[in-house]
Design a protein around this ligand. Structure first.
Ligand SMILES: Cc1ncc(COP(=O)(O)O)c(C=O)c1O
Length: 502
């Protein structure tokens, strides 16, 4: 038996501490490494820089800011659908899709073919001339948005899109002050840093003249929350006595919002930015009805309402194509990036003709690369693939299934405090215990994260204390992929429990 177990150990959990493995075996029966669903794709042979050389170059010539995941950063080589391959040919299930960006799958054949065709035809013109890809894309994208959101400005990144939306809101309202949620991430440029209210992104000097933060209505971690607050198949573990059609948590958070409007901004404001679900802050969902009331309050003060759909757009939430639709609201401006190009750098701001004209009257807005022919051809192909492959429906079905599976782990493990989200945007918040809701220490979260990677699963992290795992794969994933991911995560939690029990 000992020899057999030792063989299992080497073959199945080769990278986990031996001691921890033996504990798993004795406590939980034979605990084997989850088996990955098959993949018929063979990556090319890696023939580039050695791993050591990559580390050296990175240290000498690239940003010193530590962003790479894992103690031994992953050197990737190739991607195919929901799969990534590293330089040694190891395969990973990519459940974070390049930070919620590879919407239809790595190197999608249709998107690749369209890009290659456009590459051989015309790379660049500038906004001084016309070319069909931009018009084709504008028509396709605007058809997906409700009236009167029909005018499109093309830029290159989410930060640029939000920069432009700030400019628009101020030009149209002739006011300065803009409100955004604490925990919200809207970009890293000098002006959007004023909207971004996430501690590590704040600089020594104050940023964002005229930007004011307000309380995030977080029904799990915030002061108020209950058992039917959010639009998700999984509710929090908090209890409440609200009737089905009312939400006291929402009312309390609205009072906080009013407080900000009454005490911290000018009487007339330029606007309010909100992600329909917060991404970087760990997939935080607001109580149902909150955004609707908040939008009314903002409009009473002359402000515009801006939905930042950089993470939530393009069908990811399953039930709707855009996150704002899940709240039953109609924004004045919608910003989008990431999934729009399946990883190709492009972004857009969509607004009404009236607001677009206000901008045009007050400033000459110019962007060299915005609306680039290759980007627009790719954008059109991505929209076609989402439709042809029913990826929004897949997000709904597979995402709901995944949420239910992860909710079972929340009930099984004390350190899984909350499971939330919609479609394929899922957060798993880790706590010391369910009673205190104190965040699980960062080192423990990192261990679990690294362990998942060793078993072949890549997931993201987020939240103020980096306590929340984020799951946002390409929308082409399958239920067998989810089964594998849940088994890996469960295995990592068991290993964590065993380590702490020693
Ligand atoms: C909601 C949201 N808005 C804006 C941005 C900024 O986008 P980019 O990194 O393309 O500038 C991000 C990036 O993570 C985001 O998540």
């Amino acid at each position: 038996t000992t020899a057999f177990l030792r063989t299992c150990c080497v073959q199945n959990i080769h990278s986990v501490k031996i001691g921890a493995f033996w504990t798993s075996v004795t406590k939980l029966g034979l605990h084997t490494k989850p088996r990955m669903p098959p993949c018929d794709f063979t990556p090319e042979k890696y023939q580039s820089l050695t791993y050591e050389r990559v580390l050296e170059i990175h240290k000498q010539h690239l940003s010193p800011i530590l962003t790479a995941y894992f103690p031994k950063p992953l050197l990737l080589h190739q991607g195919h659908k929901e799969w990534l391959f590293d330089y040694e040919g190891n395969r990973y299930l990519d459940f974070f899709s390049g930070i919620v960006t590879v919407s239809v799958g790595h190197c999608h054949p249709k998107v690749n073919a369209v890009a290659q065709k456009q590459l051989g035809r015309l790379w660049h013109t500038s906004t001084l001339f016309f070319h069909p890809p931009i018009h084709e894309f504008a028509e396709k994208l605007s058809a997906l948005l409700p009236e009167p959101l029909k005018v499109i400005f093309l830029v290159n990144s989410g930060s640029e899109a939000n920069d432009l939306a700030m400019l628009m809101a101020r030009a149209h309202s002739k006011s300065t002050d803009i409100i955004s949620f604490r925990g919200g991430y809207h970009g890293g440029s000098s002006s959007t840093l004023g909207l971004t209210n996430v501690g590590p992104f704040k600089t020594e000097l104050s940023s964002g003249l005229g930007c004011q933060s307000t309380m995030c209505p977080d029904v799990f971690r915030g002061p108020w929350g209950g058992s039917h607050c959010r639009d998700s198949p999984v509710q929090t573990i908090r209890k409440c006595s609200c009737a089905p059609d009312c939400c006291q948590a929402k009312d309390q958070y609205i009072e906080q919002f009013k407080d900000t409007l009454n005490s911290s901004v000018a009487k007339s404001i330029a606007g309010f930015f909100a992600e329909p679900i917060q991404g970087v802050n760990g997939v935080v969902q607001y109580p149902k009805g909150f955004l609707k009331e908040a939008f009314e309050l903002v409009r009473e003060r002359g402000g515009l309402c801006i939905a930042d759909e950089v993470q939530t757009g393009f069908g990811r939430l399953g039930s709707h194509f855009w996150g704002f639709q899940t709240h039953g609201i109609l924004p004045d401006i919608v910003t989008m990036a990431k999934g729009i190009g399946n990883g190709f750098p492009m972004a857009a701001v969509v607004t009404t003709p009236e607001i677009a004209n206000s901008l045009a009257k007050s400033v000459l807005h110019f962007n060299t690369f915005g609306g680039n022919p290759i980007a627009c051809a790719i954008g059109s192909a991505v929209l076609e693939v989402i439709k042809e492959e029913n990826l929004q429906e897949n997000s709904q079905e597979v995402g709901t299934y995944m949420l239910q599976k992860f909710a079972e782990l929340r009930d099984e493990f004390e350190i899984v405090g909350d499971v939330r989200g919609k479609g394929l945007m899922i957060g798993i918040e880790m706590v010391k215990d369910k009673m205190s809701r104190q965040p699980l220490p960062r080192e423990e979260v990192n261990e679990i994260h690294d362990n998942c990677k060793r078993m072949g699963l890549l997931i993201g992290k987020g939240g103020i204390f980096a306590q929340t795992f984020r799951i946002a794969p390409s929308m082409c994933i399958t239920k067998p992929d989810v089964k594998f991911a849940v088994e890996v995560f469960r295995s990592a939690l068991i290993q964590h429990r065993d380590r702490r029990a020693k």
